[in-house]
Write a protein that binds this ligand. Sequence first.
Ligand SMILES: *Cc1c(COP(=O)(O)O)cnc(C)c1O
Length: 257
Amino acid sequence: MSYPVGRTLSELEHNLAAVQQRIVAACRRVNRDPSEVRLLPVSKTVNDDRLRLAYQAGCRELGENKVQEAQRKAEALADLSDLRWSVIGHLQTNKAKHVARFASEFQALDSLRVARALQRRLEAEDRTLEVLVQVNTSNEPSKFGLAPEDVETFVRELPAFTRLQVNGLMTLAIFSDDPSRVRPCFVRLRQLRDRLRERLPTGISMDTLSMGMSGDFELAIEEGATVVRVGQAIFGPRLLPDSYYWPDANTGQDGSG
Ligand SMILES: *Cc1c(COP(=O)(O)O)cnc(C)c1O
């Protein structure tokens, strides 16, 4: 997979438009309305100057994998008051206080301990947080997220956390160039969402499916994604290896190792 450079304003505008076009095309293939799909630009490793250009190019939300990096950027860009931050990576309870302060959304909820820590910190900040429950759809032991069969019990506990607005599910597919291995992960998340919708009490929203990244967002849209998290197709190739952000990604594009 090779990605375009995204350093100047016009490169970023071009890349964003190209991704939007691909979103529209993927929606057309399966008769979906493109307005159902939210593009979350993922800005990890991208420096503040380029983030300001991305804002100029129209980005009003950014996704970050690591809390410290996200918080530092949120503070540096605090003058862009309508810019929202989404934390999309695993969270340790001792970092909940930071997320409670600056993030609008947290996409990687996978334990009651973290839910409790967030609730407490959000009360202190008098804020609320939109959350997605992360599901491990690839059955890789080192991936974060709940096993699909554990999600229903978990989600039933969440209404107790009044500061968390639960919107749905998030997953990372298997790291592979082979669509026949990637697609089943997305299908699994959609089917889980549909099952939960039937079984959960009303009042727990399960509308959002965050799935798909630069290498696989079109497949994810074909399988029902309502949020795609796209970094490199907008900002260009990352220099840091993916293993820095995902413990199990050190085998490169093929995740079978
Ligand atoms: C980095 C990241 C993405 C985006 O990956 P790209 O290959 O840059 O599109 C999506 N989701 C999560 C959780 C990430 O950490």
